[in-house]
Ligand binder design. Sequence first.
Ligand SMILES: [Zn+2]
Length: 418
Amino acid sequence: MPLLRIDRAAFHADIEALSRLTDPAQPWTRRSFTPLFLEGRAWLTERFAQAGLDVRIDPAGNLIGRWPAAEAATPVLMTGSHSDTVPGGGRFDGIAGVAASLAAVRAMRAAGHVPRHTIEVVDFLAEEPSDWGLSCIGSRGMAGDLGPRELALTGPGGETLASAIDRVGGSVAELSAARRTDVAGFLELHIEQGPVLETEGIPVGVVSAIVGIGRVRVRFAGLAGHAGTVPMAGRRDAGLALARFALAVRDEARRAGGNGHFTATIGVTRVEPGGANVVPGAAEAIVDIRAERDEAMARYVDTLHDVAAAAAAAEGCTVERIETLSLTTAVPCDEGLQAIIRAAAGRLGHATRPLASGAGHDAAFVARFAPSAMLFAPSREGKSHCPDEWTDPDALADAADALLGALVLRDSAPPFNA
Ligand SMILES: [Zn+2]
């Protein structure tokens, strides 16, 4: 099998061109459903067509470029990512994957590759949290996971998600037709968004699983009082119960997870009544937990109950409430496709390592209807979702070459297993 490589200059030019379509006041911003997002989509539509792809928008609002197999009714090999960004995001998150998929198709065509599968490049609609409070909208649609509750969500100006999807070219009336049962495999290139690959000098990360995410809210009750007149002894300071709890959340997280990826973070806190001269009478926190292993997640959430009770007791307070706000399970990536990515990188001479994705991705939804896998390119200093987000151009092209190789290997591998 020939060893193909992408056209690096064209690949980088695509990322550059797309990144220029940003809100000038807040680089790099191209929020889903906005006029800028539609400009990006118009540009992508043209690039897809120039690569010889048949372009359409599916009923869930995904932009899809299709390269039909010679034989009719063959299963689909899908690849892609997303072109929307968070506010003040970076130039690579999402876009790198769409551009890499497109570059791979161009390289296959230039080499005269005759696909055994129909190949589709997808720009999924609204992977990032949108103004409708929902992320991964397009991939949810493909998975049949956009129901009346989601479609009725309202965004800016009271527009429902249903009408927003229609506005960007989808067709909610025919949403069931967005569901896919014809996909034999899905591959997504993404930037790592963490520091592991750069630290270890490894060019290609093979994603083992996309973590499950839990959110637990804890509320401590104490006794409010005057900061100057209530003596230190005998206080029931709910803020201090929360402080003890926060340290325990970190310590327990370091012990949890076994060999798998595990993080726990308190990014939201509130003390009440919230006066500089008042001993806090109540305090609240939301713990974000991410785990590669569902058992580790379950054990940790149980532990939080004990840890919160101990923190409260140590400060003469009580746990007023502890509740799990949301909990998703981890999504393992397809083993066969992981092996194909490793093989493709190996043929190029690139070392790989397995790692879990601590962030959510469209691939987690695609995995509900097709074998899915992801590969990561190194992120400088692990930064993402910020203007400083950067991946070395050569490193990114190396990962794109690995994506190309994996697509060729998977396309050539019998049997078709849609
Ligand atoms: Zn992304």
